[in-house]
Design a protein around this ligand. Structure first.
Ligand code: PEP
Ligand code: MG
Length: 582
């Protein structure tokens, strides 16, 4: 096999060497683990329940088809229902669970592979292609199963999945809803054909703390299942079937990288203070309560962004008040009095509740997203606000509103917050009456008008991922324009600077919680511009802290002024390199 390399956009550093595992949507999270005998009956029940749910779903879809729907559609669903009722899908997997003592997802996947093999033998092309129907039905079953976790503890799953450590996922695309499920598994790396550098899928890849590359264009076509590949997340390069020499070289580089990461751990409990004594708060971004372990390990001193929309993903129904309350309270208590900034629902655009959710507009990033969606669905918002307020009794919670663009949205939000408070008071349910309310500055309109927002809010947090997307008119999920996405664009820096100044003028704290905050190459610039709080994925805290420890404020301010005075991106980039080399 000849060796070749593919180039993409590295979104998470590090080097991984492992076997390629080609994935396709719902089947992608299917892993194998053994179950102890006493859990087998439970697993079979889980399987039966999944079959029943899928059957009900399909019947429901059939019923809801309008009279003018094409006849094939109904026939198609009928075929799926028949397949589901067939012993080969509804009974044999149970035998596999029993005989192999394995998880239900694995059993149905084994059975699917078997059926697909049989279809491959069929001469007639039309009939042969019916294997796609089997795959689609099995995908549905697996999706339902994945929404209902097995009885194995996380530790048991982790050890059962240990061998996955050397598996590299190769996908065409992965939705954030799918990617969030990777958190339960231990893959060595993850690469995709499409995706932009700050797409939510890329952000999740970074939070998994494994090397990751997007925008590889044709990786899934060019790489074979099981092939040995090297992923260099820093350079954005994948080497397929490497020669012995290249492999040896990369093993060495991998060891060096790991050594550097180990060394960084020495500063975990060192305070993030500049040489001249200015304290910089380094906070963490999280997606799910389970991320707290990584936050603790990183030495972050608070949570600057908890993206609550991930609690809503891969669910058939919106999580109710109790489920949300428990999630928020868990985080607040685990942080033991440290700040926990919880952002209200930012669903919409590339973050849909599940991969099947339909986006009905041409420009979803400009559509009904985040606070716009919440204000148009006041009941959903009310439920979340009540859950947040209730949890505020158990820790140091602050509320953060995403994607504000007008003061009217902010005022309406405040009214709804008051309404939620009132309802809790009436029920004598305790909450923090003085809970701080902050706003994300991620739409240029809000950055330009930041003073007005700062007057009516307790704090501001700059979401640079969206601020860059909306300022430069670059879809953050589109790899074809990823090369134009640049945080150092003078217009972006000006908007950040305006927001910082607005906060300083009104005595309100300003943070950055977009991906810029976790890029150690930008730390000195951001501090020099006046930022004192940066929130990032836990895996970036130590490298950013190292920059803080080597910074001298007076110099940083002068350098930042010089950079902000530039109007030409080409002049800014070398200045930032020089800035860091001093
Ligand atoms: C941002 O836009 O920078 C941000 C932090 O929010 P998200 O990435 O979740 O859109
Ligand atoms: Mg955003």
């Amino acid at each position: 096999m000849t060796s070749f390399s593919i180039h993409g956009v590295g979104v998470s550093g590090g080097i991984a060497i492992g076997q390629a595992h080609l994935v396709s949507n719902a089947l992608l999270e299917v892993v194998h683990y053994q179950l102890p005998s006493h859990l087998i009956d439970n697993e079979i029940k889980r399987f039966n329940d999944a079959i029943t749910t899928v059957k009900l779903d399909l019947e429901q879809i059939n019923l809801s088809l309008r009279n003018n729907a094409p006849a094939e559609l109904s026939a198609f669903i009928g075929t799926h229902l028949m397949m589901l009722a067939d012993k080969s899908l509804s009974e044999i997997p149970k035998d596999i669970i029993r005989n192999e003592q394995c998880n239900a997802e694995w059993a149905i996947k084994l059975q699917m592979d078997d059926i697909v093999d049989q279809f491959e033998q069929i001469e007639d092309e039309y009939l042969r292609e019916r294997k796609q129907d089997v795959i689609q039905v099995v995908e549905r079953i697996i999706k339902v199963l994945l929404g209902h976790p097995s009885q194995l503890t996380t530790e048991q799953q982790t050890s059962a999945l240990y061998q996955e450590r050397k598996v590299i996922l190769v996908a065409h695309d992965i939705s954030p809803a799918d990617a969030i499920q990777f958190k339960q598994h231990q893959f060595a790396a993850f690469i995709t054909d499409v995706g932009g550098i700050t797409s939510h899928t890329a952000i999740l890849a970074r939070s998994l703390n494994i090397p990751s590359i997007v925008a590889l264009q044709r990786a899934r076509d060019l790489i074979n299942d099981g092939e040995l590949i090297i992923v260099d997340g820093g350079l954005g390069v994948v080497i397929v079937s490497p020669s012995k020499e290249i492999l040896a070289e990369y093993k060495l580089r991998q060891e060096q990288w790991e050594l550097e990461q180990q060394k960084l751990k020495r500063i975990k409990s060192t305070k993030a203070v500049t040489i001249d004594g200015t304290n910089i708060e380094l906070f963490a971004n999280i997606e799910v309560p389970e991320d707290i372990a990584a936050v603790k390990a990183s030495g972050a001193t608070g949570i600057g962004l908890y993206r609550t929309e991930f609690l809503f993903m891969n669910k058939r129904e919106m999580p109710d008040e109790e489920e949300q309350f428990i999630a928020y309270k868990t985080v607040a208590e685990a942080m033991k009095g440290a700040v926990v900034t919880i952002r209200t629902l930012d669903l919409g655009a590339d973050k849909q509740m599940n991969p099947d959710s339909i986006v009905n507009c041409a420009n979803p990033a400009l559509g009904l997203r985040a606070i716009r969606l919440c204000l148009s669905e006041p009941q959903i918002f009310h439920t979340q606000l009540r859950a947040l307020l209730r949890a505020s009794h158990y820790g140091n919670i602050k509320i953060l509103i995403p994607m504000l663009s007008t003061l009217a949205e902010l005022r309406q939000t405040k009214l709804l917050l008051e309404r939620a408070k009132l309802s809790l008071r009436k029920q004598n349910i305790p909450f923090n009456e003085n809970i701080a309310l902050g706003g994300m500055i991620e739409v240029p309109a809000a950055a330009i008008n930041a003073e007005a927002f700062a007057k009516e809010l307790d704090f501001l947090s700059i979401g640079t991922n969206d601020l860059i997307q909306y300022t430069l008119a670059i879809d953050r999920t589109d790899d074809t324009v990823a090369h134009l996405y640049n945080p150092l664009h003078p217009s972006v820096l000006k908007l950040i600077s305006m927001t910082i100044k607005a906060g300083q003028k009104l005595g309100k704290s300003v943070a950055v919680c977009g991906e810029m905050a976790g890029d150690a190459k930008l730390t000195k610039l951001l501090i020099g511009m006046g930022l004192r709080q940066l929130s990032m994925h836990p895996s970036h805290v130590l490298s950013v802290k190292q920059q803080v420890l080597h910074s001298q404020l007076a110099k940083l301010n002068a350098n930042a002024r010089k950079i902000l005075g530039q109007t030409d991106l080409e002049k800014i980039e070398p200045l930032v390199v020089k800035f860091n080399s001093r």
